[in-house]
Design a protein around this ligand. Structure first.
Ligand code: GRF
Length: 192
């Protein structure tokens, strides 16, 4: 039986698409739905192309989590992957999916994490701090932003001349390479 993964994304959704494509021929995973908190996020276009139903929930709905939990239950979702998802995951969902929710953060946690540290802000902070390296952190999700146990990190060099956009590009390369692989490593074969 394949493991059913729900993808959560707030923006472009390039990681979500990359993950779905990576496992296109795999019998280990299915991706029955994509969930967003933004109706106009480009991830919905990608979902259409991938023929995966996508849903939007408001911030208020994410605060309670009830409707989302119902949808996850109806689709028999086993695990959740946050791929560029910006809202806090409600306690009810975290409790229903212990160690079954992972997130990718576009920096080397515990540095440059926490509330408000997302998207371009992370790369701006890395550039401003004069860091010589950045990277990705894939971690389990608990009720504190970016504080769940770290599963995997990969690094890239940051040059003094790198702009935040240039750092973001380097980080994206790492995300595309490693995020699907890490999902395969931690959850592949789990249900067979
Ligand atoms: C990624 O850099 C991810 O690490 C961060 O937000 C970005 C999302 O990009 N949390 P995309 O929506 O997958 O293109």
């Amino acid at each position: 039986m394949p493991l059913k993964i729900a993808l959560f994304a707030s923006g472009s959704g390039s990681n979500a698409e990359n993950i779905v494509n990576f496992f296109e021929k795999s019998t280990d995973f299915e991706f029955p739905l994509i969930i967003s908190n933004k109706q106009d996020a480009f991830v919905h276009e990608r979902a259409k192309k991938l023929q995966i139903p996508s849903f939007t929930f408001s911030k208020e709905e994410f605060l309670t989590g009830e409707k989302i939990l119902n949808l996850l239950n109806n689709h028999k979702i086993d695990c959740i992957v946050l791929a560029g998802f910006l809202l806090k995951i409600p306690e009810g969902i975290i409790e229903a999916y212990p160690n079954k929710i992972i997130n990718i953060h576009p920096a080397l946690l515990p540095k440059f994490g926490g509330k408000g540290m997302y998207g371009s802000r992370v790369h701006e902070a890395v550039a401003e701090a004069g860091e010589t390296e950045s990277g990705i952190t894939i971690h389990y999700v608990n009720s504190h932003y970016d504080e769940g146990n770290i599963i995997f990190q990969a690094k890239c060099p940051v040059l003094p001349t790198d702009t935040p956009d240039m750092i973001a590009d380097k980080v994206h390369v790492l995300e595309y390479e490693y995020f699907p692989k890490v999902i395969g490593e931690i959850w592949g074969n789990e249900k067979k």
